[in-house]
Design a protein around this ligand. Structure first.
Ligand code: DX5
Ligand code: ZN
Length: 217
C-alpha cells in the first residue's frame, strides 16, 4: 500500500524565517521536511549543513529528510545524525563506495536514502536495494530550485519493479507541480519533494497560494 507524502523543500523558503516557514508547512500537512545540503563541489551551489538541521529540529516533530548533494559523504554522517536528521540520502554518483556509505548511515541510527541524477540509470542501485529505505529520483539536475522538470517516469517504473516487496520509498525531487506530481504518483512514486510549488518564491505563511492544504500542490 502506497501513501502519498509531500516533503516541502526549505531551499525555496524565506532563509531569514526558517522557524516560522517550517512551522507553517508542518501545520498545513507536510509529511516530511526536505533539507537540501549542497557543497559547491558535487553541485554548483552552496546551502547549509548540520547546524541548520539542528536548529530547525527544535521547531518541528516532522520527519527531517536530508538530501546530501555533497562529496565526500562519509566524514559528515555522524554530524547529521547528531543534528537530528531522520533520513539521510546520499547520491550514488558521490563516490565509489556507496555501499559503505549506506551501511554507515544506518549504523548511525538513521534511515538511508540513495539519490540518482537524471543521467544515471535505475540499474545503478540494483545491488543496494536491501540497504536503503528510500530511492530519490532527481527530475532536475541538482543544484537549484525552480528548474524545469525532466520526465523520469520510465526510470520510476523500472525502480518500482526492481524494488518489489521491499519497504522502500520512491521519492521524486525537482519540478513537482499540479501537473507533474500526478504523473509521478501514477508511475509508482510515493514521496514528492516540492520547493517552489509550496513556497512560490515568497513566504508560505503569507497567504498560502494553494489554500490551507499542502496536498493541493
Ligand atoms: C534541487 C533540490 C530540490 C529542489 C526542488 O537540487 O534537490 O530539492 O529544492 O525545488 P523545486 O520543487 O523548486 O524544483
Ligand atoms: Zn532535494
Amino acid at each position: 500500500d502506497r501513501n502519498l507524502k509531500i516533503a516541502p523543500s526549505i531551499l525555496a523558503a524565506d532563509f531569514a524565517n526558517f522557524g516560522a516557514e517550517i512551522e507553517a508547512v508542518e501545520a498545513q500537512g507536510a509529511d516530511w521536511i526536505h533539507v537540501d545540503v549542497m557543497d559547491g563541489h558535487f553541485v554548483p551551489n552552496l546551502t547549509f549543513g548540520p547546524p541548520l538541521v539542528k536548529a530547525i529540529r527544535k521547531h518541528i516533530t516532522t520527519v527531517m529528510d536530508v538530501h546530501l548533494m555533497i562529496a565526500p559523504v562519509d566524514p559528515y554522517i555522524d554530524a547529521f545524525a547528531d543534528a537530528g536528521a531522520d533520513i539521510l540520502t546520499a547520491h550514488v554518483e558521490a563516490g565509489p563506495h556507496i555501499h559503505r556509505t549506506l551501511q554507515a548511515i544506518r549504523g548511525a541510527g538513521m534511515k538511508a536514502g540513495v539519490a540518482l541524477n537524471p543521467g544515471t540509470p535505475a540499474s545503478a542501485v540494483e545491488e543496494i536495494l536491501d540497504l536503503v529505505d528510500l530511492v530519490c529520483v532527481m527530475t532536475v539536475n541538482p543544484g537549484f530550485g525552480g528548474q524545469k522538470y525532466i520526465d523520469m517516469t520510465g526510470k520510476v517504473r523500472k525502480l518500482r519493479s526492481m524494488i518489489g516487496d521491499r519497504p522502500v520509498h520512491i521519492e521524486i525531487d525537482g519540478g513537482m507541480d499540479p501537473k507533474t506530481a500526478p504523473e509521478m504518483w501514477a508511475a509508482g512514486a510515493d514521496v514528492l519533494v516540492a520547493g517552489s510549488a509550496v513556497f512560490r518564491g515568497g513566504s508560505v505563511s503569507d497567504p498560502a497560494p494553494y489554500g490551507d492544504n499542502i496536498r493541493a500542490i
